[in-house]
Design a protein around this ligand. Structure first.
Ligand SMILES: NC(=O)C1=CN([C@@H]2O[C@H](COP(=O)(O)OP(=O)(O)OC[C@H]3O[C@@H](n4cnc5c(N)ncnc54)[C@H](O)[C@@H]3O)[C@@H](O)[C@H]2O)C=CC1
Ligand SMILES: O=C(O)[C@@H]1CCC=N1
Length: 274
């Protein structure tokens, strides 16, 4: 049975922890470390996970250490852990955008050490908290088959996973899945705002938008044999209202806008890794 430490108790750690506990992982096998107490105490109260302010205590407790701090803290956190405790046999999983395996391994390597630590980079997304996450995983070559299985089991508990052939694909997963919940939220926010200006109450606007988004996503999921464009076509009567709206989206360059925005996420991830 793996013991899992989360270093950092923010949005992404919370999403994965909720998904894990709901999937049946024993809360006593999870310890979360965060310097300030608010978020970790909340996780303890809600889910019974162990918590500490001490990254080293959590790292000693676990054989799988999930790094869930902001990218600019990853290297400091890794050095702190590797300088203070014996990390032999421990698997490191990093969810950080724009922080490479090489950077993480360098920070995990003591001057005297010759071996590199096993690291799996994971790019998850926040729907993990509902068990509906989508993650891309990339293992360093030091990761054993058993550790790969552990990482797969961990992320499968909170959603679907794909394993990536190259580390560069992690940045593509950021654009398509990691950052993408925010794109859908942005679109829903825009629709909700306009529904309100059309005279619906805030509650009605929210319900109209969320139920339509939910139903549409379910239609995509439950009709995997159909192209998404076919589902769109089924709504779009020739010369009708949907056609008018879709033509307006196209006229304003929706494909270009989506492509450029996704590429901006990739470019930012590449820039962060420098
Ligand atoms: N939020 C998202 O949708 C996604 C985030 N990520 C990655 O997850 C990582 C965390 O992002 P969020 O959870 O959104 O950030 P966040 O700011 O919500 O959480 C980070 C947590 O780390 C804690 N922290 C700061 N310094 C620390 C230290 N030295 N030791 C232990 N804990 C420390 C903070 O107090 C905070 O609670 C980032 O690297 C990000 O790239 C990846 C995929 C999706
Ligand atoms: O915005 C970010 O940098 C992180 C990575 C993917 C989602 N959130």
């Amino acid at each position: 049975m793996n013991k899992i430490a989360f270093i950092g108790a923010g949005n992404m750690a919370r999403a994965i922890i909720i998904g894990l506990v709901n999937s049946g992982v024993a809360a006593q096998n999870i310890m979360v470390a965060n310097p300030s107490e608010g978020k970790r105490l909340q996780l303890e109260q809600e889910f019974g996970v162990l918590q500490t302010s001490d990254n080293l205590k959590a790292s000693e407790f676990a054989n799988v250490i999930v790094l869930c701090v902001k990218p600019h803290f990853i290297e400091d956190v890794c050095s702190q852990i590797s300088q203070a405790i014996d990390i032999t046999g421990k698997l490191f999983i990093s969810v950080a955008a724009g922080t490479t395996v090489a950077q993480i391994q360098a920070a995990l390597t003591k001057e005297s050490a010759t071996e590199l630590a096993p690291v799996v980079r994971v790019m998850p997304n926040t729907p993990s908290q509902l068990g509906l996450g989508m993650s891309g995983l990339y293992p360093s070559k030091e990761v054993t088959a058993e550790q790969k299985e552990s990482a797969d089991t961990l992320m499968t508990a909170v959603g679907k996973v794909i394993w990536l052939e190259t580390e560069a694909k992690i940045n593509d997963v950021i654009a398509v899945a990691g950052s993408a919940p925010a794109y859908y939220f942005l679109f829903m926010e825009a629709m909700e705002k306009h529904a309100i200006t059309l005279g619906f109450s805030a509650e009605e606007s929210r319900m109209l938008v969320q139920q339509t988004a939910f139903g549409s996503a379910q239609m995509v999921v439950q009709n995997s044999d159909l192209e998404i464009s076919t589902l769109r076509g089924n709504v779009t009567s020739k010369g009708g209202t949907t056609h008018a709206a879709i033509e307006k989206f196209k006229e304003q360059g929706i494909d270009e806008m989506v492509k450029n925005s996704m590429n901006a996420a990739i470019a930012r991830a590449e820039e962060m890794a420098k």
